[in-house]
Design a protein around this ligand. Structure first.
Ligand code: OSB
Ligand code: MG
Length: 370
């Protein structure tokens, strides 16, 4: 296929509820959508999961725009691509900027699947027709409110509850949740808010039978996590620290992690995500699909990836209505009783809802091959 045309939309969508992590609060979601077209008129869509501010990682919407426009588009525009696996090789000369790379790579995967009359799930080698999903819940300063929020999602059937923690909002919060929900699969995500000085505090979490603790220590660390894991019963799952298959190998070899959260954007695309999945599967390390408060386009990519067999643990891919009054795809992603049915239409399997997209588009850029 020849990449003939690329269109970028800068988006702004208001979330139904603010979402608070240890590093900040999200209310408006600013992000990029990217459309690629081939010489036959097929299209593919990708989403940049970089946030407006560099809190979760160093990438932002604007750095992604710069990388995509000035470095990545010139590599693929007008080029013939046989298989999307070639894209990450073409991008390898450019260091990091994984979320920027993933935006374009994801769109090319969708295009490839549509052109070959495959679902994206099938093109990736996925087999499931439905996926089990959990939900990630932000920091609620009022614990009684948090308990009621969790109760609502447990009643909706979500298969696992993840709550954000931070210093001063941790052991008591988890104790209260465990008291109210003794049997619910529960986990905590610290988003790097602790250090090894907090080891005695983190050990107190061991009594609550958490499925895992996600990224307790620094976002660039794998050494201290290994030290911490030796003293914790609760399995550690790395999120922020993992950007590639190489990072995965090193973290597993060191004993820094027993579970991997795979985010397509953080690892530079679906090809790398699949490599990490395969590597972990061979070593019996379970993986799950993380979330970045995506719109429907990024969410659809997450659904497709989660059909791979080693996505053993429920991920953060909740239904569209958990985040948005109106999503940018039809149908929207629906979670029912903790399952999302994998769509059967080709590519990502959901149609862009152009009317909704136009409403939330604040700027557009267009690129055409000569
Ligand atoms: O660490 O997984 C994270 C949201 C924003 C930034 C980082 C994270 C999260 C979430 C929400 O946990 C996942 C989602 O619902 O998309
Ligand atoms: Mg996380």
């Amino acid at each position: 296929m020849i990449i003939k045309e690329i269109n970028i939309r800068k988006m702004k969508m208001r979330m139904k509820h603010p979402f608070t992590t240890s590093f900040g609060t999200f209310q408006d979601k600013d992000f990029l959508l990217l459309e690629v077209k081939d010489e036959l008129g097929n299209t593919g869509w990708g989403e940049s999961v970089a946030f407006h501010s560099p809190w979760y990682s160093e990438e932002t919407l604007e750095t992604n725009l710069h990388m995509i426009r000035d470095f990545l588009i010139p590599i693929v525009l007008g080029r013939e691509i046989g298989h999307p696996d070639e894209v990450s090789e073409l991008f390898a000369a450019i260091r990091k900027n994984n979320m920027a790379k993933s935006t374009l790579e994801g769109a090319i995967w969708d295009l490839y699947a549509k052109r070959n009359k495959l679902t994206l799930a099938k093109a990736l080698g996925g087999e499931r027709d439905k996926i089990e999903v959990g939900i990630s819940i932000g920091i609620h300063e009022n614990i009684a409110n948090l308990v009621e929020t969790v109760r609502g999602f447990v009643e909706e059937g979500y298969k696992r509850i993840k709550v954000k923690i931070k210093p001063g909002y941790d052991v008591d919060v988890i104790r209260e949740l465990r008291k109210n929900f003794p049997d619910v699969p529960l986990m905590a995500d610290a988003n790097s808010a602790y250090t090894l000085d907090d080891i005695e505090l983190l050990k107190q979490l061991d009594e609550f039978n958490l499925t895992m603790i996600e990224q307790p220590l620094a976002s660039d660390d794998i050494i201290d996590h290994a030290k911490l894991q030796k003293q914790l019963k609760t399995p550690i799952c790395l999120d922020e620290s993992i950007h590639s298959l190489e990072d995965t190998r090193k973290a597993i070899e060191l004993g820094s992690t027993q579970i991997i959260n795979i985010k397509i954007g953080r690892v530079g695309g679906l090809t790398e995500a699949k490599k990490i999945h395969d590597y972990c599967m061979e070593r019996q390390i379970p993986v799950w699909c993380g979330g970045m408060l995506e719109s429907g386009i990024g969410r659809a990519h997450n659904v497709a990836l989660t059909t791979l067999p080693n996505f053993i643990l429920p991920g953060d891919t909740a239904g569209s209505s958990r985040y948005w009054e109106e999503d940018v795809i039809t149908p929207e992603v629906v979670a029912e009783d903790g399952y999302i049915t994998v769509p059967t239409a080709y590519g990502i399997g959901y149609e862009p809802n152009l009317k909704a997209m136009n409403k939330f588009t604040v700027d557009e850029l267009h690129f055409k091959a000569e």
